[in-house]
Design a protein around this ligand. Structure first.
Ligand code: GLU
Length: 316
């Protein structure tokens, strides 16, 4: 597939336009519908954005089309929980092992520790959000909103229809939370935590925001456009490590092999990929493959990585 895309000296608008043209006609995949509101997304929406560490964002396609972050939010709340509690507490509550299982699998809790496998699957993400500090639900939500604002460089808002849609149908996530409560891996603020988790998933972004959020991680935690710090630099490596090994659902191994970048996808069709010290990449296209990754998003990232030699272990 990548054979006829010439090697690129640098990533520029021409290259992004070529990739957009090349994959726009792809018709595979299905828009997520298990959260009823997500089924309304336009399957033809398609955008690619790249943010550089001088704060520039270049992009093609429907760059200002808003969509909800869904699982991509898990990366950033993991960072907050690390800042709030430190590595050791986090590791005692949520592991860092890839599962090879679907994102919503009815959990395997580690036999001894009772931890969910990692913070990128739903169980681990709910346990992570549970660890975010704050006196009240509003305090905790406001802290999440401030952090996400620092990553994106602008205020982000919860899509209340998507939030309500998931809140009323998210029985599986509720079951995961209750199972973890049984094993005392989450505290009594179960409903509050689930609401926060559904709200973080329902935060609205466009592809440009997403590229800047990715570039903030590439820039060691500082938003390259605003100069605001979104996360302490010492924890950036934790986020990138779990993204690399666990970020792409049960495709994480093949993704690491083919694309070779820390990344995270979400069921609304977004993908972020980070080239540490260089770039933040974002793609949005709602149709998903059987594992829950955006079909066009995967193709674009693989082509981009090959053409611009972005694979972290490519020294050829
Ligand atoms: N809010 C979604 C859920 O918990 C996020 C899933 C995803 O994007 O992978 O089911």
């Amino acid at each position: 597939m990548t054979d006829f895309l010439p090697a690129a000296k640098s990533i520029d608008l021409d290259l992004l336009t070529q990739l957009h043209d090349r994959h726009q006609t792809c018709r595979s995949g299905t828009v997520a519908s298990y959260i009823p509101e997500l089924a309304k997304m336009n399957p033809d929406a398609f955008s690619i954005c790249v943010a550089t560490l001088d704060g520039n964002v270049m992009g093609v396609g429907d760059q200002s089309q808003l969509f909800t972050l869904q699982s991509i939010s898990k990366v950033f709340t993991y960072g907050m929980a690390l800042e709030d509690r430190g590595r050791e507490v986090l590791l005692s509550k949520v592991g860092v092992e890839p599962t090879g299982d679907p994102f919503n699998s009815i959990i395997r809790l580690d036999e001894n520790s009772k931890r969910p496998d990692n913070p990128m699957v739903n169980a681990g993400a709910i346990a992570t959000t549970n660890l975010i500090q704050g006196k009240t639900a509003t305090d905790r939500l406001n802290r999440i909103l401030t952090t996400f604002k620092n990553y994106a460089g602008r205020d982000l808002y919860v899509d209340s229809s998507v939030f309500t849609s998931e809140r009323t149908t998210g029985h599986r996530n509720r079951a995961l939370a209750h199972l973890m409560r049984h094993f005392e891996m989450v505290d009594d603020r179960l409903d509050e935590t689930l609401d926060l988790y559904f709200q973080q998933c329902a935060l609205l972004v466009d592809c440009r925001d997403l590229a800047l959020m990715a570039a903030t991680l590439a820039n060691n935690g500082i938003n390259p456009r605003t100069g605001d710090r979104a996360i302490e630099s010492e924890y950036v490596r934790d986020l990138l490590s779990v993204m690399y090994t666990c970020g792409m659902y049960n495709f994480a191994g093949e993704w690491a092999y083919r694309v070779g970048l820390p990344a995270k996808s979400g069921v609304s069709g977004g993908i972020i990929a980070i080239v540490p010290g260089k770039l933040g990449i974002a793609v949005f296209s709602p149709p998903l493959d059987a594992r829950g990754n955006s079909v066009r998003g995967l193709k674009v990232c693989e082509d981009l990585s090959t053409a611009a030699k972005l694979h972290l272990f490519d020294r050829s």
